[in-house]
Design a protein around this ligand. Structure first.
Ligand SMILES: [Cu+2]
Length: 725
C-alpha cells in the first residue's frame, strides 16, 4: 500500500514536526494540507470517495452482528460511519434494553429457564425478502451461544422478538431467510443430544421458523407452533444459504465429519409436508422421515468447503474453497433423493481462486463474484458462468469475510466491497491494548483498477458476516404514536398524558404513572415505604424529533430510555431507606438539569410522621427561588409579546387561507394549550410561597411558550414567502 517514497516523505514530515516551532503553518488550501500531512493524490482521491458532505446521506445501510457483544451495529456506506449499536441478545443500557420491564421480560422469556442471557454470539444477519429482494422491513440474527433467534423491526431499529430454540443446543451464528421470508432458518453448529440425557445420541439439525408478516411491521412474528426442526446426522454444520430461482425451495449448507467435507441440501417444501414428531414440545422431522420424503441429500466435496452461497439469479450454488465449485441449482433440486448425490452429477465446473480462500460475494455485473484469498493477500474477481478469473487486487492484509451491498439478494447494487481484516491494527491503527477492535476495509470495485479506499474500526465487536441494503429501502419512523409499548407496537396500558400523572398503591405495590417532557419529570416527589415494589411507568410526551429522555433512580441500578411517544416501565424493590434523586440521563436541552425528582424511601419501623413532606429549604435558598421565579415571569411576559406580535401578523395576513401555514398555527396553539396546567400550577405555588415549585412550573410553562413561538415564527416565515412570491 505505502510506496517507499511516500514512507520516506511521511518520516521526513514527522521529523520536521519535531524541530518546527509551534504553531504550525496554516493549512487552508488542499495543497497545503496535502503537503503538511504527506498525502498523495491517491490518498486525497480515496478520502473524497468516502467523505460525506453536510446534508449528504450514505447510499447504503449495513448491519453487522458484533459476535459476543450480542448487539447489532448499523453503519453507512461509503462513509463507514457507525450510526448505532442496537441491543439484540444482550442488555444495552443506553436504549434501556434489558433494563425496562418490557424488554427485560422479552429477553428473560427468550432464554432457557427464564434466565437472562447477558451476551450472544451473533454474526451473519439476514434481511427480510420479497421475491428474493430486500423489502427493508426486518432483520434476523441467530445467537450461537445461547440457541436463540431474534427479529428486529427496521421501522425503529429495535428488537421485537427473541425466541429460544427448544431443540438445537449449539447454533451456527447465522440467520437465513427464504426468498419471500416464509421461513427464518438457523442450523446447529456442533452436534449434541436433543434430550437432557448426556449419553443419548448426538444429532444435528436445521430449524425453520415460520414467519408471518402482519399488516404493520410491529405485528409480524415468528410463530413457534408452526415451525419445525429437521434432524440431520451428527455432522458439524457451517455456513448455509437459501436457494432462489431454479434453486428456490432448497437450502444448501456446509457439513463436516471425520475430516470430510460435504454440502447438504434440504427441500423445505417437502419437509413442511413430511410427518412430524414432537421433540421438547416442538415440531420435528426425523432424519428417517426426511430421507423418506426425499427432502435431504449429502454431496461429498473434494476440498474443505468454507461456505455455500446462492448466486443472485439463483442459477447456481457456489461452494467456497480454494477452487470455487459451481453447482447447478436446477440439477441439485432434481437430485435431492434422501441419500447421497455425486458431485459430478450436479456440478457445472470449478474456478481456481487462489490460496486460503475464505469467502465470496456477488456483484451487480452479470455472473460476477469476488473471492478473498487470505494467503495470497488478494481479492479475485471471477466469472462463475465462464469459470474464469478476471481482475484482482493485492492488499496489505489477509482478507477475510466479504460483503457487497445487497449482494445476498437477487439485486446486488454497488461499486463497493467490504473486507474484514482481523489484523488491521498493525497497519494504520494505534495499539489500544491487547484487546483490539475488528477492522474492515472498503474497496472501490467500480473499475478494473480496484482500490482499497478506507479502513474502519468496529469496537466491541468480533466481525464475521454482515448485510447491506439501499438506505432508501428502509423507512424509519421519527416518533411513536403517544404511549407506545415499543416492543409490541401496542398502546401501553400505562400510557400517561400531561395532567393525568398519579401514584397508585395497593399494599406494598406502588405504581407511578409519570410523564417526561422538556424540562420536567412529573411527579417530582414519590414517597414509598422500605420494601415496597415500585414501578415507574413513564411516557415521553415529546413530539419533537430526537427528543429522547432517559430515567434513572440513584443507586437502584434502574434505567430506561424514552424516545418521543414511548411508554416503558421500570420496576425495582425499594429495599434501601433514604432519599434517592431520579433524573433524566439523556442531555435533552439546556434545561436538562431540571429534569429531576426524588424518591423518598421511609425506613422500616419509622415512627415519625411523613418524612420530608416538604424539602427543607434555607431562607436564602427560598429567596433565590423567589428571585428566579420573578425573573422567569419577566421572560414569560417578553416571550408572550413575541407570540402576540407573530399572531397579529398572521391574522393581518389571513394565514387561514394557506392550509400548511394554518396547520403550523394550529400546532403552535396546541403547544400553548398544553401549557395551561403548568401556568395554573406556578401561580398556585407562588400564592403558597412554594418558590421552588413555582419556579420549576414557570420554567415548564415557558418551555411551552418557546415551542409555540418557534412554530409560530416558522408559520410567519412561510406565510411571508407565500405572500411575497
Ligand atoms: Cu431529558
Amino acid at each position: 500500500m505505502f510506496s517507499k517514497a511516500k514512507r520516506i516523505k511521511a518520516i521526513l514530515a514527522i521529523l520536521a514536526l519535531g524541530f518546527m516551532a509551534l504553531p504550525l503553518s496554516a493549512q487552508q488550501t488542499l495543497a497545503e494540507v496535502k503537503s503538511a500531512r504527506g498525502l498523495t493524490d491517491a490518498d486525497v482521491l480515496a478520502s473524497v470517495k468516502t467523505f460525506m458532505p453536510r446534508g449528504g446521506r450514505d447510499e447504503y445501510f449495513a448491519i453487522v452482528g458484533t459476535g459476543n457483544s450480542g448487539t447489532m451495529i448499523v453503519y453507512g456506506i461509503p462513509s463507514m460511519r457507525i450510526y448505532k449499536y442496537v441491543g439484540v441478545f444482550s442488555p444495552e443500557p443506553w436504549q434501556g434494553y434489558g433494563f425496562d420491564d418490557e424488554s427485560s421480560l422479552m429477553l428473560k422469556k427468550s432464554s432457557l429457564d427464564d434466565r437472562i442471557s447477558s451476551y450472544g454470539d451473533m454474526r451473519y444477519p439476514a434481511f427480510s425478502e420479497k421475491g428474493g429482494n430486500y423489502d427493508g422491513h426486518f432483520a434476523f440474527f441467530s445467537d450461537g451461544a445461547n440457541s436463540r433467534i431474534a427479529l428486529l423491526g427496521l421501522d425503529d431499529f429495535e428488537t421485537k422478538q427473541v425466541l429460544s430454540n427448544p431443540v438445537l443446543k449449539s447454533i451456527y451464528p447465522e440467520a437465513v431467510v427464504t426468498p419471500n421470508t416464509e421461513y427464518v432458518i438457523q442450523s446447529s453448529q456442533y452436534p449434541a443430544p436433543w434430550t437432557a440425557n448426556p449419553s443419548d445420541a448426538k444429532k444435528s439439525g436445521v430449524t425453520f421458523w415460520k414467519f408471518v408478516e402482519g399488516k404493520e411491521i410491529h405485528k409480524s412474528r415468528m410463530i413457534k407452533e408452526e415451525s419445525f426442526t429437521v434432524e440431520l446426522p451428527a455432522y458439524a454444520l457451517g455456513y448455509f444459504d437459501a436457494g432462489k430461482g431454479a434453486g428456490k425451495g432448497l437450502i444448501a449448507g456446509v457439513a463436516k465429519k471425520d475430516g470430510k467435507s460435504f454440502v447438504y441440501f434440504l427441500d423445505y417444501d417437502k419437509l413442511a409436508k413430511a410427518g412430524k414428531t414432537r421433540v421438547n414440545d416442538f415440531n420435528a422431522v426425523t432424519y428417517a422421515e426426511a430421507q423418506n420424503a426425499k427432502a435431504v441429500a449429502f454431496v461429498e466435496m473434494p476440498a474443505d468447503v468454507k461456505a455455500v452461497k446462492t448466486t443472485p439469479d439463483g442459477k447456481y450454488f457456489i461452494a467456497v474453497a480454494d477452487n470455487a465449485v459451481v453447482i447447478d441449482a436446477a440439477k441439485a433440486k432434481a437430485a435431492v433423493n434422501g441419500g447421497t448425490v455425486a458431485l459430478g452429477d450436479i456440478q457445472k465446473g470449478t474456478v481456481a481462486l487462489g490460496s486460503g480462500v475464505v469467502d465470496i460475494a456477488f456483484d451487480y455485473r452479470k455472473n460476477t463474484a469476488y473471492a478473498s484469498a487470505g494467503n495470497d493477500k488478494k481479492i479475485v474477481r471471477f466469472n462463475y458462468e465462464d469459470l474464469k478469473t478476471d481482475q484482482s487486487i493485492s492488499l496489505s492484509f489477509e482478507p477475510g469475510y466479504l460483503m457487497t451491498p445487497q449482494g445476498m439478494s437477487a439485486s446486488p447494487h454497488s461499486n463497493y466491497l467490504t473486507v474484514v481484516d482481523k489484523a488491521g491494527v498493525y497497519k494504520n491503527f494505534p495499539n489500544v491494548g491487547p484487546v483490539r477492535p475488528s477492522f474492515m476495509h472498503l474497496i472501490d470495485i467500480s473499475s478494473d483498477n480496484m482500490t482499497d479506499i478506507y479502513t474502519m474500526s468496529l469496537p466491541q465487536a468480533n466481525i464475521y458476516g454482515q448485510a447491506s441494503v439501499l438506505r432508501t429501502t428502509i423507512k424509519p419512523i421519527i416518533r411513536y404514536p403517544l404511549g407506545t409499548n415499543t416492543r409490541n407496537g401496542d398502546v401501553s396500558r400505562y400510557k400517561t398524558v400531561a395532567g393525568q400523572e398519579k401514584i397508585e398503591r395497593e399494599g406494598n405495590r406502588v405504581h407511578v404513572f409519570g410523564t417526561l417532557i422538556r424540562s420536567h419529570i412529573t411527579p417530582e416527589i414519590v414517597r414509598v415505604n422500605q420494601g415496597d415494589i415500585v414501578t415507574f411507568h413513564l411516557t415521553n410526551l415529546e413530539r419533537a424529533e430526537d427528543e429522547t429522555h432517559g430515567f434513572t433512580v440513584d443507586t437502584y441500578g434502574v434505567h430506561g430510555s424514552f424516545e418521543p411517544g414511548k411508554t416503558a416501565s421500570v420496576t425495582f424493590v425499594a429495599d434501601r431507606a433514604g432519599a434517592f434523586p431520579y433524573y433524566c440521563t439523556e442531555f435533552c436541552s439546556a434545561l436538562h438539569l431540571e429534569m429531576e425528582g426524588i424518591l423518598m424511601v421511609k425506613p422500616k419501623g419509622y415512627k415519625g410522621g411523613d418524612i420530608a413532606a416538604e424539602e427543607k429549604l434555607t431562607p436564602e435558598q427560598l429567596a433565590g427561588y423567589k428571585k428566579n421565579y420573578e425573573d422567569k415571569l419577566k421572560v414569560i411576559a417578553q416571550t408572550q409579546d413575541v407570540i402576540n406580535g407573530v399572531v397579529q401578523h398572521l391574522k393581518d395576513n389571513h394565514f387561514e387561507k394557506y392550509p400548511y401555514v394554518k396547520a403550523l398555527v394550529d400546532d403552535a396553539f396546541d403547544q400553548l394549550g398544553k401549557g395551561a396546567s403548568a401556568k395554573e400550577k406556578h401561580e398556585k405555588y407562588a400564592k403558597e410561597g412554594k418558590w421552588k415549585q413555582a419556579f420549576l412550573w414557570a420554567e415548564q410553562y415557558w418551555q411551552y411558550q418557546v415551542k409555540t413561538a418557534d412554530v409560530g415564527l416558522r408559520a410567519k416565515k412561510l406565510l411571508d414567502e407565500k405572500i411575497n412570491k
